[in-house]
Design a protein around this ligand. Sequence first.
Ligand code: GLY
Ligand code: MN
Ligand code: MN
Length: 427
Amino acid sequence: MKYNKINNKLFIKNRKDFINELASNSIAFFNSNDIYPISADSTLPFEQHRDIFYLSGIDQEESILVISNNKNYDYKEMLFIRETNDHIVHWEGEKLTKKEATEVSGINTVHWLGEFDRFLDELIKNHDNIYINTNEHYRQNVETETREDRFIKKLKKIGGINFKKSNPILQKQRSIKDPIEIELIKKACEITKKGFERVLSFVKPGIWEYEIEAEFSHEFLRNKSKRFAYNPIIASGINSNYLHYIKNNKQCQSGEIILMDVGAEYANYSSDMTRTIPVNGRFTTRQKTIYQAVLNVKKIATELLRPGVLWKDFHIEVGNIMTSELLKIGLLNKVDIQNQTKKKPAYKKYFSHGTSHHMGLDTHDYCDLDIPFEKNMVLTVEPGIYIMEEGFGIRLEDDVVINENGSPTNLMANIPIEIEEIEESMN
Ligand code: GLY
Ligand code: MN
Ligand code: MN
């Protein structure tokens, strides 16, 4: 792991909060992700399942976390980890020892994974409900069978079990961040800032989008981020209109803008930033007009992120703000407004995506969209205006923490965003 050790107070507290939500006499299981194959003996880099990480800090493949609230049960929390040996150490390096697993997680009962099946029957017998961890995210669209899915299949074959779902509990719990988590997200944002500053002095006409990607990557790795938190978008000229452009293989020309939607991960926590800059260091008058409109919307939208506000109402309000900016700059007119419907507001022609999503261990993090915003939720604010006819789009994105009172805290407040700041840094 490249990141510094995390205080295990976090994982102990996360488990305690989770247990409080379980029905009486229940047990929950959480599995590591698989290491995904490519072909032959190649694999993708390991990425831990965020739920087992959130509840234990264990960042290693082939691990199982068991949590029980049975009052008479000796071991309320158990970890099963991959047994290491000289052969594995020789080829793969050190794996977690039992003692290290306890230090990381705060869990005292640690067994080798090979012993798991020996415990399973008894664990099931002694509990009335078994909590399994299905993927219930509102955007989930997964064809792959995960390690967790295989584990659930195995349990379902046993029969006679009363199943419940862990995920709805975690969706709510994970959306409100602990101060330790906010520090980790902040750290990811700081690394992203370093990458952006490096890029500001690097960009000039003739540079290729992948060269910019490489600059970010260099700065991320040397600051203990293992990689981008999501596929980076380095989109110059017309590409800035393509919301999920990730080819990053075009040469950047003078007069174009570059939209960069890039974030470092740190300790599995995401940051999610978008900045749009001019290739030659100076925005054209038209680019400035659109840029300022996006920035205005972003500033007002940020102020709306307060406790008690509903995600749905927030988006309606930001739509109104965007509409008024689009009218001001002449992209919409009165007729467009007269013809718009609730289902198809006029602003959607230029701004078709959402303004905010929760952020944390997943870039599009867990949340229950029906519960009002609360203190310590972390969200992005990311309005954009995309004009196909004019060959460019502008998006600006920061990550903020909702406060009990007043404006949210912008974790990216110190990353240049004003037009003058950007131009000054580039020249
Ligand atoms: N980078 C993904 C997003 O902004 O939602
Ligand atoms: Mn983004
Ligand atoms: Mn985002």
